[in-house]
Design a protein around this ligand. Sequence first.
Ligand code: CAP
Ligand code: MG
Length: 432
Amino acid sequence: MQKKVEWYLDFVDSSYKPAKDELLALFYFEPASGISVNEAMGRIASESSTGTWTTLFKMPPRMNKLKAHAYSHSGNIVKVAYPLDLWEKGNCPQLLSGIGGNIFGMKALDNLRLLDIHFPKSYLRSFPGPRHGMQGIRKMMNVYNRPMLGAVPKPKIGFTDLEHAEIGFETWMGGFDFVKDDENLTSTNFNNFDKRVKLIAKLRDKAEHATGDNKDAYINITAETHEMERRAKLLHDYGFKHAMIDVVVTGYSGVQTLRNTLGDYGMAIHAHRAMHAMFDRNPKHGMSMYMLAKLMRMIGVDQIHAGTAVGKLTGTAGEVKNISDTLRDKKVTEIKNVRFAQDWFGLKQAFPVTSGGLHPGLVPDLLKIFGDECVMLVSGGIHGHPKGTRAGAMATRQAIDAIHEGETLEEHAKYNLELREALEKWSHLRPV
Ligand code: CAP
Ligand code: MG
């Protein structure tokens, strides 16, 4: 008789009741041909916890306590419970080495997607969460009852440091709060990070003086981690209250380190999600954007891009709403097969950022989806205004006022020239 070779099914138990302090993962999965549902679920739970592909010579019985259990299954959805002791608290990379690791490459699965993880209190509270959160940022900027507004100079890369700062000045003067770097601008031979910081600081002070409002910038510190720390200090020295990080490309460890550094300076993090679509766009495989947003709130970014549903990039209104919920809610409710309920146990709330192909004509849609509690980035949609950046920013503010005052954009445009000109160019266009 052939000896037992593997023990994957030991990790499947539909009668298992997860303990309160276990981490629970929600996966979409598709077994490969010839693999049963139970065999597939067993592999997911095994390879992401204590298992390997074969039975072992030495296996102390106490290790059974560290095994994950695939405990619930319906259709292509499986829930897996992971004992708390498997995890190092405060270590997000380790979490993903397990739950987001080898299992995604197993031959026995055609597709696998991590949709959500439910975190118990003791695990969640081992991370700091946002330094300021939504309320802290509103207080810092003294802006209430409307979205926070920002813009990236466009084209996204190519301006000199001085040209970049001058466009920023126009953005602020039109009534926006933030000037933002684009995700692929760091430090180049034509736009040096240090020079840009000094020039933007000078024009920020000028704009604050001229308008009497608080102004700030999301300057992109993305680089090797020690260099990010140096850049963070420079921003702090020049009085900036935010730093921007491309959080996917720098990685969880980099963001955790910078959360500490920037937190010590009292600064907030603007998280750009460049590269997220490499793993979240295929609905059957990879990891959901929802999961990324949740991990980033846990690590402690104050705001992260969430999509638009009406702009140039993919993402439905439902997805955008889910992401916003996990960033902003104190307690998230369950949506079957989509997300777990999650109590955030007091970690601060983060802003969703809506960005990508926006212009004043889309403001009514955006306010319907996000409400006022968001950061709205309108970039091409202000710099492409027929009268230029300042007029474009003014048009966006006028569009927000219109909705707040219960008017249509067209009504409000009758006595607001900048909005009228924006609508003449773009109307309510949804770019593709
Ligand atoms: C928007 C943007 C943002 C994307 C990011 C860009 O510019 O600066 O990076 O919106 O997407 O480079 O495309 P426009 P997301 O406003 O001119 O389109 O927020 O989905 O991560
Ligand atoms: Mg960009």
